[in-house]
Design a protein around this ligand. Sequence first.
Ligand code: DNO
Length: 353
Amino acid sequence: MTLRWYGPGYDTVALKDIKQIPGIQGVVTSLMGKLPGEVWTDADIAEIKAAASAEGFEILVFESINISDDIKIGTEKRDEHIANYIKSLEAAGKAGIKTICYNFMPVFDWTRSDLWREREDGSFTLAYNQEVIDQIDVADFRTSMEKMADGHLLPGWEPGRLDRIRELFAAYEDVTEEILFQNLVYFLNAIKDVCLKYDIKMAIHPDDPAWPIFGLPRIITDKEQIVRLLTTVDSPHNNLTFCSGSLGTNPKNDMVGIIHAAKGRIPFAHLRNVRHNSEGDFEESAHLSRDGSIDMFAIIKAFHDTGFDGVYRPDHGRMIWGEKALPGYGLYDRALGAAYIEGIWEALEKAGK
Ligand code: DNO
């Protein structure tokens, strides 16, 4: 069990507070100041490792080493960016960090229409409404996300990338789902040697929400696409980050089926719940099964049944008890989520004996 921690200067939650959540064994982190395509050096990694270990934590996953749009589009800069990515992997591997979460979503990472939807109980949460998204001019989208982020740097929403939004949309014009998929395969094949050398597991994060938005292609949204990727690059370095909250945005997704289909290829899991309100509208609920639309017990049981021995984290939480933090990443509700997940796991372990 881990918690995501953004590192000094980026997180509102202190490691000493994370330490008081029962059962947390390590942290998941990133170098938030790096743009996709930039090299992570040995010194950068040593610095963040030292910051974590000063509070007694080991870094178990890098989430994320982001992939540049040049790699996703396949521009003439692609090979240079891949060479940089290989250097970052080399540095991570030498530092003993062997699970790397990344995504292959064009332009935007995870997307929400509201970062502060008020729920019936007075808590605030991240929400998505397709009609609202459909009315947004993409060029203004970054500004509205930044306003809602209230001074915090949101993961996946680095300014450097989004400064070029119109240019990026134009660059994706001819990128079909198939081209994007082939560019992902190209990337995975190109980094294979360094991953095998250091026993690095690349773990792709599903698209969130799990359908195309703003007319951009999205290719990691359901079981079929996940299985296609895992079998096309059938190598121990090509794996999945299972994210119940992302795959669960589509009520049709068979999440237990995905866990079984990807058995042995899931080194990392994000466990959280969402509530479907109506077609195209969902909000992030508390982790508890009955607060949302996802059967969290069934998911955790599927992990237990398939012998999962990777890293997991409670993922996003609501903003409760008046907390002011990076949207989705406050302390309190994630702590409740962690305790709930650990409770289910303990029950499964003991019932199985
Ligand atoms: C949002 C996160 C994503 C995730 C990336 C993985 O809170 O779930 O930003 O970290 O998509 O690359």
